[in-house]
Design a protein around this ligand. Sequence first.
Ligand code: FRU
Length: 326
Amino acid sequence: KSGNEEIVIGFSQCTGNDLWRKAMHDDMYRELSFYDNARLIIKDAEDNNTKQIQHIKEFIQADVDILIVSPNEAGPVTPYIEQAYNAGIPLIITDRKSNSNLYTAYIGADNFEIGKAAAEYALQSFVQDSVKILEIWGLSGSTPAIDRHRGFIEGLAGNDAFEIVATINGEWQYEKAHASLGTAIDTLDIDLIFAHNDQMGKAAHEILLEKKRRKEVSIYGVDGLPGSGGGLEMVTEGVLDATFLYPTGGDDAIRLAMDILKGRPVAKDHRLLTTAIHSDNVRTLKLQADKILSQQQSIMRQQKLIAEQHSLYKSQRIILYMVSGG
Ligand code: FRU
């Protein structure tokens, strides 16, 4: 596109109503505000494959300049993602993957490494010779759940003391994890819970507290969001014993989109950094994250002020135009 023509970025988001996705959207809009003439349209599939397929079709129909997709479940959504790519729309896949190589770029942290890091942290934290583990899965058709599980298994391999004795499907959701664990807990003899995200870890914490069993069991999550209700706070408050950072990459995705649209050469795979967060380092990490968060919030406030000034200026120009009899 040349000159002042508006750039439209479509984002087909698998789900939108949780802290992590909200942080992702904030990160995207903040980055977007640095560019003139770029618009972001987010369509939230609310955990529903059919809805997401519909959204992707709509974005193809609208011929957006670039499409970002976080596929709810890889299997059902992949053919439609391929359709978008084959229609010539530059395509960024983020967070959850599809089952296809047809994309321009992928951006996200390595979920296999996250699962492995969780296992390694368990290996160094437990001394007893039997560690019984409950794994609380994210949505089983979504790639981060599959990869976190595989990495976890790989990390435990060869250590007979560690055994996954039970599995629960929390589908990434606090409510689902809370309900399933609530019914299963009394029959479970466990030492460690590996929850595929912090929200499901929080559900586990609450159930164990209710049963007065919280002290017997360690809980690990994934995400490590800053801010109120996020994983850093949960580790600080002992809701989680550890979490593994899973950056949203929202700002990076927008930057990548703009680079692609400007015709700059980009790598196909962009791996975001992850790290283990636990009682030994959470204080430092939280201080840093809080600082960044407050700077980001101030950037957003300033952008809002600029936008208000801009629209005031525009309406004043119209009034000026009218009174000067133009
Ligand atoms: C948010 C979320 C995160 C998780 C990611 C996996 O919707 O469930 O908690 O890390 O999605 O795609």
